[in-house]
Design a protein around this ligand. Structure first.
Ligand code: CU
Length: 481
């Protein structure tokens, strides 16, 4: 957009801008706005930028949120009006793996709110949950009446009820909104609230990404996270588990910002391969440049935001991931296999199939299966194991066939295995085809094998490959519409 059009829009035609933004919605998003069936599967809307770029400050770019659409808005007088619907959502973390979680407007995390420093915003909350809720605006300096603390600053919003929040935002940075009821948080109720400055921070970035990191505890044969559990086996970035997370695309030479938010029970050490970055922002806004220090791993604490920035000098597909080893896997019960069993005591192990929720008989919680499957369920029923994934040997018991399955994978039949305690440990399951999309074009064959859990890619692309992928994306979009 040229400067004239930008200043034209900024000088009092925001109402028109709001209408334009409304028209820019995809059919799927219109659907999400108009129809709310709690419990019913919702088609997740395709990603589309909302609001004309002319609405943003000088040199400011719209934020890119892979796999996560933005919340549409309309102007009412001088007020930017958003409509949030708290509701049950069926979300597909990985192809074929659907979960019953709670979010906003058919999405987990909730759709991204994007506004500008100085905006007056009105957020209409409709509660389509089966229980009361309220929304807290995390980090925003706003009047106490708008703070969203249930019982403290407002009454709970009953099921079917509505609450209208309205305030002026004077800050800039990476903020978020969330239910202030903790178990609702653990079922997914959080969304980004990005506030752009009036003028872009210097040095200017060419790409501005934002991602939400979440964790879930889901028992085998279940689709509902156990919000009380501390044993997290599903990890998501913007509602997708690796390798289904859409990579962040960067043209080589660009300056990149990645905004990251964590709302869960763990602090995540987020590591970026092959690049040195600076933390340029926290959940409270911009960090002065004098306080920047070089890093490649930043601890993203619970309820914190961290903005990192770097110059993408080096072409490559760079992993961006939580470095907790158990967060670099999906559904640990099946990846590692349940505890192996070698003798007396209450059995606490079954095979890999059962671990993946494929029961031979009975339900996951049935008498004969319950204690055998769960991490956190029945673990006291058996004696301590020195080696969780042990292949067995003569006293293998239940562990033997798990080990057999793991050993049948390529590269797992090494002769030395017989004499190495602890073998087998890791698995390398590829699913390139299942998660293929324009953004994965040109990745090395088998790339998905080591991209499980809280893992995504920052693809720093040489110009030719960058253009190629952009054209593939355009083709895919035209096919959709
Ligand atoms: Cu982690």
């Amino acid at each position: 957009m040229d400067t004239n059009r930008r200043s034209f829009l900024r000088s009092g035609f925001l109402a028109t801008a709001g209408l334009l933004s409304g028209k820019a919605l995809t059919a799927a998003q219109q659907h999400t706005m108009q129809h709310h069936h709690p419990g019913a599967p919702e088609q997740k809307p395709a990603e589309v930028p909302i609001g004309p770029p002319g609405d943003l400050g000088v040199g400011v770019l719209p934020v890119e949120t892979p796999d996560l659409p933005k919340l549409p808005w309309q102007m009412d007088g001088g007020v930017k009006v958003f409509h949030l619907v708290a509701e049950p959502v069926e979300q597909e973390f990985l192809p074929g793996r659907r979960f019953n979680v709670w979010g906003y407007n058919g999405s987990v995390p909730g759709l991204t709110i994007e506004a500008n420093q100085g905006d007056r915003v009105r957020i209409v909350l409709d509660n389509h949950l089966p229980e009361p809720t309220a929304i807290h605006w995390h980090g925003l300096e706003i009047p106490i009446e708008m703070d969203g603390g249930p019982g403290i600053s407002q009454d709970l919003v009953e099921p079917g009820g509505r609450y209208v929040y309205e305030f002026t935002v004077h800050q800039a940075g990476t903020f978020f909104y969330h239910s202030h009821l903790p178990m609702q948080e653990m079922l997914g109720q959080i969304g980004l609230f990005i506030l752009h400055p009036r003028e872009a921070f210097k040095p200017r970035v060419d790409r501005d990404f934002a991602v939400v990191w979440q964790e879930w505890a889901v028992l085998p044969s279940n689709s509902v996270p156990n919000s009380m559990s501390m044993e997290f086996n599903w990890l998501t970035i913007n509602g997708k588990s690796g390798p289904a997370c859409t990579p962040l695309l960067v043209r080589q030479g660009e300056r990149v910002r990645i905004r990251m938010v964590n709302l869960g029970m763990d602090h995540h050490p987020i590591h970026l391969h092959g690049n040195t970055f600076f933390v340029t922002g926290t959940e409270a806004g911009r960090v002065p440049e004098s306080a920047w220090r070089p890093e490649n791993t930043v601890l993203l604490g619970v309820a914190q935001a961290r903005d990192i920035e770097f110059n993408a000098k080096y072409a490559g597909d760079w992993m961006l991931h939580c470095h907790l080893p158990h967060h670099m896997m999906n559904h640990m019960a099946s990846m590692v296999g349940p505890l192996t069993h070698t003798g007396e005591g209450m059995h606490s192990s079954k095979g890999m199939k059962e671990g993946m929720g494929i029961m031979q008989r009975g339900g996951a919680l049935a008498e004969e299966n319950g204690p055998s499957l769960g991490r956190g369920m029945g673990h006291v029923g058996d004696y301590e194991k020195v080696e969780m994934n042990h292949a067995g040997g003569e006293h293998a018991g239940h562990g033997a066939h798990i080990a057999q399955e793991m050993k049948s994978m390529p590269g797992m039949q090494h002769e030395r295995a017989k004499s190495v305690p602890g073998y087998p440990q890791d698995m390398f399951m590829t699913m390139d085809e299942d998660v293929a999309k324009p953004e994965t074009y040109g990745l090395r064959e088998g790339w998905t094998g080591a991209m499980m859990g809280m893992m995504t890619l920052v693809r720093v692309l040489p110009p030719e490959l960058y253009e190629k992928i952009r054209s593939l994306q355009a083709q895919a979009r035209s096919k959709q519409s």
